[in-house]
Design a protein around this ligand. Structure first.
Ligand SMILES: O=C(O)CCC(=O)C(=O)O
Ligand SMILES: [Fe+2]
Length: 488
């Protein structure tokens, strides 16, 4: 810790940060920028005096998003604290905590009730750790990743032989992957990486190619899970459930699961397998679609082959704009929703807000926890340089194990006025509706298609299972989906 405190802080320019995609040696601590340190310290101290129960890094995130305005951050936080944000407990990660050396202990702050208090050093014990304009904060250790992002990382997850064998199997499979096509300003463009969906049974293959729809069309690239994908899924299932329970105990408010997070065991029954061939292949900032996973989905993401950077940034409220920046939008292939076309690009937003980079080496399992898709966006950044992997060369394979929930089967979900499957979204940008879920016309997210304007607030029970307001359709009852392991 002393070393951390006395170490000369690095100032990172945008270019030096971006160029360090594959650092020769991972630092043992995060490397935040330190510019504007004193004024930020004082502002954070003021916010801490107003919101003593909140974690310092969350206060910093909010402060940065409010362009350094304590007043704006304070009013934003007042709403968040009363609306039950999961981040009420302070993180306890020792490795991420640094003593604060520069905070003035003579700063006078005005509390909410108008009383004037002297701040003591004890108010600010942690070294500020936040993402800042134009910068990327690199995290390496599992402790830092758990403390500052909604993720858990497990390095060396599988026995080496099993990880290598799965990599070989999936490299062979990747011959069948295809680029995802999407519409961009009336042009059809292709995603900068390839992918395929893997499912458990022939019956589910049928359903995923003729019942589940994405952007108004059926997915054509669906394949049966390979033996390797199935056997690894059991280990992923165990590890993810363990990580979820630990997260609930150690991080969530009162040690309770989030409202609408399922209390059932997480049982993966489908997996997207992605291949990034070379440093330029990437996936843009997005959050994963809730439509068939339901609210607060948990995802187990296994990385194999070349190490790449997984970047994350928070979705912040944007009061000045209308509330169309929902999460749950699969704009991952770079597809802008109509709303984002004429606004700042994802990259520009990440630049303005700063971002966190999690390095994903071969054989690492990243658990994206229940708050991830609603509150954060993620991406795989293009790399300037990569270190070739002995088995895969320049390629990285990623498997995202997912649990498609029976209750969100397309036979159950609402239809738009245009007859198509409505999509489930979570409102994020406006204070009044932040965190509310809605069913909407899918076409609002497909450039060039006319939305039928279908809109319905989504109702769920505490477990996040839908409470339908529409009459059951005269279709066959939705079948129970099969877990990967159970279908062997
Ligand atoms: O490649 C990765 O690690 C992330 C992939 C991803 O975000 C996705 O499949 O939705
Ligand atoms: Fe994703």
């Amino acid at each position: 810790m002393d070393d951390f405190v006395s170490r000369k802080r690095r100032r990172l320019s945008q270019s030096s940060v971006e160029a360090s995609a594959t650092p020769a040696k991972a630092p043992s601590t995060p490397n935040p920028d330190s510019s504007g340190e004193d004024s930020t310290d004082i502002k954070i101290a003021i916010l801490l005096s107003l919101f003593p129960d909140l974690k310092q890094e969350n206060l910093l995130d909010i402060l940065v998003s409010c362009d350094g305005s304590v007043e704006a951050a304070s009013s934003l936080l007042s709403t968040q604290v009363t609306s039950g944000s999961p981040y009420k407990k302070r993180a306890t990660s020792a490795s991420a905590v640094g003593a604060q050396t520069s905070l003035s202990s003579h700063v006078l702050t005005k509390a909410k009730d108008g009383s004037v208090t002297t701040l003591s050093d004890s108010l600010v014990r942690r070294k500020p750790l936040s993402t800042k304009k134009g910068q990327t904060l690199h995290l390496y250790s599992p402790e830092d990743i758990a403390a500052y992002t909604p993720c858990t990382i497990i390095h060396n997850f599988l026995p080496t032989e099993q990880a290598n064998a799965l990599l070989v199997e999936l490299l062979d499979e990747s011959k069948h992957f295809s680029q995802y096509e999407f519409q961009l300003f009336n042009r059809t463009v292709q995603s900068p990486h390839t992918t395929s969906l893997y499912v458990s049974t022939p019956e589910e293959y049928k359903q995923h190619t003729s019942e589940y729809k994405y952007g108004g069309t059926y997915r054509s690239n669906v394949r049966q899970a390979t033996p390797g994908l199935r056997s690894v899924s059991r280990k992923v299932q165990l590890a993810v459930n363990e990580a979820v329970q630990a997260r609930i105990r150690e991080v969530y408010s009162d040690g309770k699961k989030l409202k609408y997070q399922s209390s059932k065991e997480w049982r993966p029954n489908a997996a997207f397998v992605n291949c990034y061939d070379g440093p330029a292949e990437n996936v843009g900032y997005h959050s994963d679609d809730f439509t068939y996973l339901g609210p607060h989905p948990v995802i187990g993401s296994l990385s194999l082959g070349v190490e790449r950077e997984f970047r994350v940034r928070r979705v912040l409220p944007r009061d000045e704009e209308d509330d169309t920046g929902q999460t749950g939008t699969e704009d991952k292939r770079g597809t802008p929703s109509k709303a984002t076309n004429d606004r700042k690009s994802s990259t520009a937003r990440a630049d303005a807000q700063g971002q966190i980079s999690i390095h994903l080496p071969h054989n690492s399992l990243l658990v994206m926890h229940a708050e991830m898709q609603e509150e954060w966006k993620h991406s795989i950044a293009p790399a300037q340089t990569i270190s070739p992997h002995p088995i895969s060369g320049n390629r990285r394979i990623n498997v995202t194990y997912r649990w498609f929930r029976d209750t969100f089967h397309p036979r159950n979900t609402p239809r738009c006025l245009c007859g198509e499957h409505a999509v489930l979204r979570c409102a994020q940008r406006k204070q009044e509706t932040r965190g509310r879920y809605m069913w909407m016309c899918y076409a609002g997210y497909v450039p060039g298609k006319e939305s039928c304007s279908f809109f319905q607030w989504a109702e769920f029970d505490d477990d996040g299972d839908p409470v339908w307001t529409h009459e059951p359709r005269e279709e066959k009852v939705a079948p129970a989906l099969t877990n990967f392991s159970a279908s062997q």
